[in-house]
Design a protein around this ligand. Structure first.
Ligand SMILES: C[S@@+](CC[C@H](N)C(=O)[O-])C[C@H]1O[C@@H](n2cnc3c(N)ncnc32)[C@H](O)[C@@H]1O
Length: 258
């Protein structure tokens, strides 16, 4: 085992939430992030219908199931296969959450419009700040579009975002569709992680505006018919050097600022 690997194993051994998750049979330490977000913002309630975008290995599915109980319903989507959970009311679909055909599969499974959309999806981390921020924004904007298409009026939304230049603009965009928008970092999120969670409380029912003046929407490279993001930065086979449209534009914007 290399030095780096040893440090990682040691870090994990001393990680409170990792140990707690293991002891209580939760599939990820992230489970505690959702519990803490819910404690603070009261997003998910008993009997709710929930959609979980980027749900593998299933820690948030477990947390959501604990909250909604046996009368609620949860559908998750992830590129990875999720080992089935022992509950009839929790289903995971394998697929890309930015693709309309996968979202349709999810909608078809739901008993009614969801009360809550949760999204902890992470793009492949390259270690390059701009690239990770741009990829994260693409996923989170797609999650917001999905929320505006699917949610019940009055429904709630929580999404993970990697901080960067456009973070505040993203929060502003969320606030256009919800009565209130908040940003927060739960205790279980590591200090050194760039992740922050954006909360939208009470969906106001507005349709997503593709002609919005928001710089985030302008940065997207979408298929106008389906609202699917077609930017190459989301492709799985992207190399570190490859600049997706959004990454390129963020760089241009930054150089103009400087
Ligand atoms: C941090 S993990 C989620 C952890 C999960 N909340 C839990 O508690 O187990 C992020 C997930 O986002 C998924 N993801 C990234 N891009 C995606 C996409 N376009 N469609 C679906 N899932 C995606 C990844 O496959 C990964 O499993």
């Amino acid at each position: 085992m290399g030095k780096k690997d040893k440090r990682w194993v040691l870090q994990r051994k001393n990680d409170h939430y990792y140990n707690l998750a293991k002891k209580r049979n939760y599939r990820s330490r992230a489970t505690y992030k959702l519990f803490q977000l819910n404690e603070k913002f009261n997003l998910i309630k008993e009997r709710n219908v929930v959609v979980d975008l980027g749900c593998a290995p299933g820690g948030w599915l477990q947390a959501a199931r604990d909250i909604v109980g046996d009368k609620g319903f949860i559908v998750g989507i992830d590129l990875q296969t999720v080992k089935p959970l022992p509950y009839e009311n929790v289903i995971a679909i394998k697929g890309d959450m930015t693709k309309e055909e996968i979202l349709k599969q999810a909608r078809d499974l739901l008993p009614e419009k969801p009360d809550v959309i949760i999204c902890d999806a992470s793009p492949n981390i390259s270690g390059v700040w701009d690239v990770d921020h741009a990829r994260s924004l693409e996923l989170t904007t797609m999650a917001l579009m999905t929320a505006t298409k699917m949610l019940k009026k009055g429904g709630n939304f929580v999404v993970k975002v990697f901080q960067g230049d456009l973070f505040e603009k993203y929060v502003q965009l969320v606030s256009e569709y919800f009565d209130k928008a908040f940003t927060t970092k739960p205790r279980a999120s590591r200090d050194e992680s760039a992740e922050v969670y954006v909360i939208g409380k009470r969906f106001n029912g507005r349709k997503f505006d593709m002609n919005s003046k928001s710089p985030i929407v302008k940065l997207l490279d979408t298929n106008p018919k389906e609202n699917e993001i077609t930017s190459p930065s989301l492709r799985k086979d992207i190399s570190k050097e490859d600049s997706g449209l959004m990454i390129k534009r963020i760089k241009e914007m930054r150089s103009k600022k400087e």
